[in-house]
Ligand binder design. Structure first.
Ligand code: B12
Ligand code: SF4
Length: 484
């Protein structure tokens, strides 16, 4: 039994510290432990010809592709096209958040044979090991033009998650370390039920590695060069005992780290302890400066929590990264003003903080999506139109679409330290214009909106020029790349 798992290319991948493709790494580990041969390709580093050769040599019956909403869909379709052209009998299985949200629409595409919704470990193993398809939970199948969805499978339990390790032998770990920076994930799920969040689809249950399991996995990452770790967990601080043990581990191993925390969970002693144990930065999803909008979003935080977080991080000397959101169904211009006002106030309290304001794109099956539909939102109707979704682009049902996009683009420029690099003239110019706009709140349509993509390309090319320069998110500097 053998299979191939593929992580398609991402847009602007070069300007980021590449995150290992954990989605398919965990699935691979589950399969390997059950005697399935797995080859894994991350198309940020591997080529189509490697994939084609592996299919020729191993003749797998199923190939699994991991896909997020946005530009990755386009790259995923390209690789599927290439595969189907040469190997018509191979069955292509899509998994990941996008196909979990829209399994029927995904299967309407001719290139895709099956969708696995939700966590892929168990259903994908059952598929490749030949279990009767009608018995495989979470599998979506098409017969002719009709699509059938088997019932959802149960989420993996914490005990099962703790049996999963990262099979580093399948990829080159060094690809994912840049100047000691490394992105890691130690848990799944979040119980808070924010109205816009994909976690509502995953039954909002937190499951994670124990502290001991974290040490075991982190030791391997440290061995191949990880020194500064960015935790991508949705709810890293879920279990206090686990966090205390991890704090001691970070101190012992001299690890610098950052992670996401809810503002209502922050207090001075937690911030101090985190700082004393290597924390350099906390990420807060604060979303809005309007309490009314926070309530619509079911965020369960108060404006005063946001302000307090800025004071605490300032006092303790932590960098705080605030993520704000506009374009919420039911939001007024006044609410948007309040968000800009609060983002400015927070920056004033803790000048060392970072921030960006993103435009909400409602995802099907989240509560906010139903509100958006009532207000005239029309979701993209096929995979290629979903591929066009961009973080800074506002959906067209929103009034003041251009204004929202300009706020988003301007905030990303004034709020992110990467634009503070004075040694790159183009960044200086972009920042000067954005600062003028931000200060005076002039967000009428400007050339930045039209040329933002070109700007991003320039920035990316400059940062990765000849692959020797890159942005270090911990020191907030563009640094010379060292070979790990
Ligand atoms: C790290 C990360 C990134 C990294 C890239 C990840 C990587 N490996 O390189 C970066 C920062 C680049 C990124 C970018 C984006 N991201 Co992102 N990202 C994440 C994050 C924080 C962790 C992903 C992860 O590793 N999860 C852990 C694994 C184990 O979980 P998983 O991916 O869900 O995989 C499981 C199942 O989904 C399923 N599965 C997944 N793939 C497959 C494949 C097969 C064959 C099968 C059977 C099953 C299966 O099984 C897996 C194991 O159980 C998630 C949030 C989260 N906590 O998951 C958001 C998240 C995935 N990102 C999201 C989004 C929207 C984006 C962007 C599109 C944002 C944007 N609008 O620009 C961009 C993509 C832009 C682009 N350039 O293409 C959304 C996805 C929503 C969606 N509808 O797809 C998430 C959920 C964040 C959120 N809260 O909204 N992201
Ligand atoms: S706190 Fe964050 S991860 Fe948790 S449900 Fe809300 S948005 Fe999602």
């Amino acid at each position: 039994m053998n299979t191939i798992l593929i992580y398609p290319q991402l847009e602007f991948a070069k300007a980021q510290i590449p995150t290992p493709p954990y989605s398919i790494l965990f699935i691979a580990d589950y399969l390997i432990k059950r005697n399935v041969d797995v080859a894994l390709f991350d198309l940020r580093f591997d080529s189509y010809s490697q994939v084609i050769n592996a299919i020729s040599n191993n003749e797998p019956k199923y190939i699994g592709i991991s896909v997020m909403t946005g530009p990755q869909i386009y790259h995923a379709l390209k690789v599927c096209e290439e595969i189907k052209e040469q190997f018509n009998n191979v069955k292509i299985v899509w998994g990941g958040i996008h196909s979990t949200i829209l399994p029927t629409q995904t299967l309407q595409n001719n290139l895709i044979d099956f969708v696995i919704r939700g966590e892929g470990e168990k259903p994908y193993y059952e598929l490749v090991s030949g279990k009767n398809k009608s018995q495989i939970k979470s599998l979506s199948i098409k017969k002719g033009r009709k699509v059938y969805h088997n019932p959802n499978s149960a989420l993996l339990k914490s005990i099962e998650i703790n049996k999963l390790s990262i099979p580093w032998e399948l990829i080159n770990p060094k690809h994912y370390i840049r100047n000691g920076n490394f992105n890691m994930i130690t848990s799944r799920g979040c119980p808070f039920g924010c109205a816009f969040c994909y976690n509502t689809l995953f039954q909002n249950v937190w499951r994670g590695w124990t502290a001991e399991k974290c040490f075991e996995e982190l030791d391997k990452c440290i061995d191949f060069g990880a020194k500064k770790i960015n935790f991508y967990d949705d709810y890293f601080f879920a279990k206090w005992e686990r966090i205390k043990a991890l704090f001691n581990y970070f101190k012992k191993k001299d690890i610098i780290w950052k992670a996401e925390l809810r503002v209502d969970h922050l207090n001075s002693s937690l911030a101090k302890e985190a700082k004393e144990h290597g924390c350099n930065q906390l990420f807060f999803g604060v979303e809005s400066g309007s309490q009314r909008v926070l309530n619509i979003l079911n965020k369960k935080i108060l404006i005063k929590d946001i302000i307090k977080s800025a004071r605490i991080t300032k006092d303790v000397g932590l960098i705080a990264d605030y993520s704000w959101m506009i374009g919420v169904p039911g939001e007024t211009k006044n609410d948007i003003k309040k968000t800009i006002f609060l983002a400015k106030r927070v920056k004033k309290i803790n000048p060392d903080c970072e921030f960006s304001i993103k435009v909400l794109f409602p995802y099907p099956k989240t509560p906010i999506y139903d509100e958006a539909i009532k207000m005239g939102f029309k979701a993209p109707f096929n995979l290629l139109s979903w591929a066009k979704i961009r973080r800074e682009r506002a959906p067209s049902y929103l009034k003041h679409k251009n204004l929202l996009e300009m706020i988003s683009i301007t905030s990303a420029i004034v709020g992110k330290k990467v634009f503070e690099q004075n040694n790159i003239p183009i960044l200086k110019l972009i920042r000067a214009i954005a600062e003028f706009r931000w200060k005076n709140e002039i967000f009428i349509v400007g050339f930045e909106n039209f040329y933002f993509k070109i700007f991003r390309n320039i920035v990316e090319k400059r940062i990765v020029k000849k692959d020797t320069l890159e942005y270090d998110p911990f020191s907030h500097k563009i640094v010379l790349k060292r070979e790990e």
